[in-house]
Design a protein around this ligand. Structure first.
Ligand code: GLC
Ligand code: CA
Length: 543
């Protein structure tokens, strides 16, 4: 990579506004709440906030269904609050990255309200319409990510419209240049406000060709992104990250090779599928194997080395909490959360932290579907129940993989509702907030928070972390060890990814200065070193 950008050198923190901090007691997190916590984020050391959507929305999918891209959701505050958040963040050297959701809108967006009025409405072509099949049914068998058919019948015009998510989220028609230029204008409106960039929601779907049943990675996808780049953020050095579920390293390079003028980086999800049965859905579970993770991370590290850029993440608002998922959220919660942090933050790429990850927040458990808020989980439950699945198994899958796990309120302190809200939270706080909260983390020098803080500082101080090469080392299956190399210097990163002790045997590597660790160990030799459960350390290599 030729030019060095700020977004390659920072750590990004994702805020899910609904669940971060409620400033007025209505039980819903809001913009003023976020602004009130900027000093906390500054202390952590992050350089940017990815803000999940704050635009006007009827909240069928918590803001990912946008009714007005230039307005703020009433529950979250006003445009003045938004401008203030951008300005206050800037004072602390934190940039605000907006969530750009332009594969679809809400059905309450004025474009769709117009489009529905009839076939000759000027907005009709903003969306994807198709005539019924010969039998009067859906035009084809495209499925929605949120279960069931992706087509919704509109009786007034005797046509169907496409929705790859809920039926209240009609898909925009990117083949229409008017749609594309509306989106670019809107992006420029936000760029002019001084934001730090965009996270682009399911951007791999905008090139869809529905009548050919092509959704992801459509034929004109990269043409659109190059056009978007040219018309909006080109030359402005903004952070741009695409959410691209099906990306392979080859595809990721198409997006993020700087010579192609598309995006800065993408979120790839290959590791995210590791506890799912191949070819099935996220709900069909299988045991996780560390060997697979090593193989996949090593592949991405090496393949995107020179002509692309990685984003690094364990969590986001769609994923279960990593310490519950692949760590141990019981007796080794602290050690495993720190190990996961060290493993990820020593890799090459831009790390993302999801709110609460820095204090080791865990999944929450529900007993019954009535406790589930998320539309994706609820729709899946309904569909599979009808297909004859055992409700117990469905609730188990929801507890393991459901999106509500990430969306329980941020746990700030021991007070009522974990200090998130003085009212009734829109979704219940995880009952463990008395044991796991920010206030306790800040007074404990040994907390997970300070491991994250140190990792972020190390990244600022050591170019080897940002720019160094990656090399996977051969070790026991459950040990993930690698080296980074930069300008003659080498660092060794060792992670025991298990509840068991493992013997590390790397006799040729001489350990030097300790950089960071999650136990209080002195590493004198790597010749038959017994690693404690979840032990993790980073040392300089001598010689
Ligand atoms: C993305 C978002 C998810 C949302 C979906 C539809 O995957 O991360 O939360 O439901 O797109 O916008
Ligand atoms: Ca509020």
């Amino acid at each position: 990579m030729e030019n060095k950008h700020w977004w390659q050198q920072v750590v990004v923190y994702q805020v899910y506004p609904r669940s971060f901090k409620d400033s007025n007691g209505d039980g819903i997190g809001d913009l003023k709440g976020i602004t009130s916590k900027l000093d906390y984020l500054k202390k952590l050391g992050i350089g940017a906030i990815w803000l999940s959507p704050v635009y006007k929305s009827p909240n069928d999918d918590n803001g990912y269904d946008i009714a007005d891209y230039r307005g703020i959701m009433d529950e979250f505050g006003t445009m003045e609050d938004m401008d203030n958040l951008i300005a206050e963040a800037k004072k602390r050297n934190i940039r605000i990255v907006m969530d750009l959701v332009v594969n679809h809108t809400s059905d309450e967006n004025k474009w769709f309200v117009e489009a529905k009025k009839g076939k000759d409405n000027p907005y009709r072509d903003y969306y994807v319409w198709a005539d019924p099949a010969a039998d009067g049914g859906a035009p084809n068998d495209l499925q929605s990510t949120f279960s069931g058919t992706a087509w919704q019948y509109d009786p007034a015009s005797n046509q169907y419209y496409l929705h790859l998510f809920s039926k209240k989220m009609p898909d925009l028609n990117w083949q229409n240049p008017k749609v594309r230029h509306e989106v670019y204008d809107m992006m420029n409106y936000w760029i002019d406000k001084g934001i730090g960039g965009f996270r682009m929601d399911v951007i791999d779907l905008i090139g869809k060709v529905p009548n050919k049943k092509i959704t992801g990675n459509g034929p004109r996808l990269h043409e659109y992104l190059q056009e978007m780049n040219k018309n909006t953020f080109h030359g402005k050095d903004l952070l741009t990250v695409g959410e691209t579920w099906g990306a392979t390293p080859e595809i990721a390079k198409l997006y993020s090779d700087p010579r192609r003028n598309e995006l800065g980086m993408v979120f790839q999800f290959e590791h995210v599928g590791l506890d799912e049965q191949p070819g099935k859905s996220k709900w069909d579970l299988k045991p996780f194997d560390v060997e697979d993770l090593k193989r996949i991370f090593a592949k991405w590290q090496n393949e995107l080395d020179n002509d692309g850029w990685n984003s690094l993440f364990w969590n986001n608002h769609d994923l279960p909490r990593i310490v519950s998922r692949w760590g141990n959220d019981k007796e080794y919660r602290v050690q495993s959360a720190k190990m996961l942090a060290i493993l990820l933050h020593m890799l090459k790429g831009t790390p993302y932290i999801f709110q609460g990850e820095e204090i080791g927040m865990t999944n929450r458990t529900v007993k019954d579907i009535s406790e589930v808020s998320d539309i994706e989980s609820r729709n899946m439950y309904k569909e599979r129940l009808a297909e004859g699945y055992d409700p117990k198994d469905l609730i188990h899958s929801i507890n393991v993989k459901g999106r509500d796990n990430a969306r329980t309120p941020m746990q700030w302190d021991e007070s009522v509702n974990g200090g998130f809200s003085s009212g009734t939270p829109w979704i219940p706080v995880n009952p463990n907030y008395k044991q796991i909260n920010v206030q306790d983390a800040l007074v404990d020098n040994n907390s997970i928070f300070y491991t994250y803080q140190k990792l972020i500082q190390l990244r600022k101080d050591n170019p080897i972390i940002v720019w160094g090469d990656f090399e996977l080392l051969k070790t026991d299956k459950e040990v993930f060890a690698y080296e980074r190399h930069y300008q003659g210097e080498s660092w060794l990163i060792v992670n025991n990814f298990s509840n068991n002790e493992h013997v590390l045997h790397l006799p040729d590597i001489k350990p030097g200065e300790m950089i960071i660790q999650n136990y209080d160990a002195e590493i004198k030799s790597l010749d038959n070193l017994t690693l404690k459960p979840w032990q993790s350390f980073v040392v300089k290599v001598v010689g």
